[in-house]
Design a protein. Sequence first.
Length: 91
Amino acid sequence: MCRTGATFSGDPLESDPVDGVICRVVSATDLKATDPAIVVEEITPVLSDGLPVLGHYDDVSGADWECRSFRMSLPLGTYERGFIWVEVDEE
C-alpha cells in the first residue's frame, strides 16, 4: 500500500514524494540484510483480489492510499527464499 499517485523508479525502487511521504521497496534473501541487493519490479495490473477497499482519510474526495504489487526480479528457484519490505520516509 502506498500513497495514491506515487510513481516508482530507480534501484532501489523508490517513489516520488507524495504529501511528504516517500516509499522505498527493497528485497533480500535474508531479513538481516543491511544492504538489500535484489532488484524489485512493480507488477501491473495490481494483484488486488481479496484486498479491502481503501478509503480516504482527509477532506479531499478519493482514496489517500492504493494497493500496489511488487516482485523480486530473480527467476523462480534462484534462491530458497526471498523477502520484500517497504521503508517509509518523510521528505
